[in-house]
Write a protein that binds this ligand. Structure first.
Ligand SMILES: [Zn+2]
Length: 165
């Protein structure tokens, strides 16, 4: 699988910057997010706390969190980056499932006799002959359908592309 670089949206970047500027932990960042604090205002808050000789920003966030939610830690203390990646992965999975569903529907739309013939006439480069494919998975590629599966004789991975399915 290809690894994609995640480009962080501006809103996530702001939290990453605030985290390093004010030495916040992932949990403190999550607390601040749940409190609805705006990282753009941290500079003002930090200055105000300093002026009042109060504990610094991280302590302020923790105290506000305890006061508002009555607990010391949020449930989800993963980093904002991880949360974003998990969110993107979930979206990607949904997209894949949708495309697999479309491919399956295309495959089912082919008359059964034709499907049987297609399954029995797949070239296996290990057996060096035409074989029957099993354990198939189909996916749509452009206007066609790609079948991936195994050779019933030797178990090698075989595939077949059906144009204009
Ligand atoms: Zn084979």
């Amino acid at each position: 699988m290809k690894k994609k670089r995640v480009v962080f949206p501006e809103t996530v970047k702001e939290w990453i910057d605030a985290r390093s500027t004010y030495k916040l932990t992932h949990a403190q960042v999550e607390m601040a997010r749940e409190l609805g604090l705006d990282p753009k205002k941290f500079e003002g808050i930090a200055a105000h706390l300093l002026e009042q000789a109060k504990p610094p920003l991280p302590a302020f966030i923790e105290a506000s969190y305890r006061e508002r939610f009555g607990k010391n830690r949020p449930d989800d203390i993963r980093s904002v980056e991880l949360k974003l990646k998990a969110e993107l992965a979930q979206k990607e999975q949904k997209r894949t499932l949708k495309s697999l569903g479309k491919a399956a529907a295309k495959w089912e739309a082919i008359p059964e006799t034709v499907r049987a013939t297609l399954l029995e006439s797949v070239w296996c480069s290990t057996c060096m002959k035409t074989t029957t494919i099993t354990d198939i998975e189909c996916q749509t590629i452009n206007s066609g359908l790609l079948l991936n599966g195994k050779c019933t004789t030797c178990g090698s991975t075989v595939g077949r592309y059906i144009e204009e399915a």
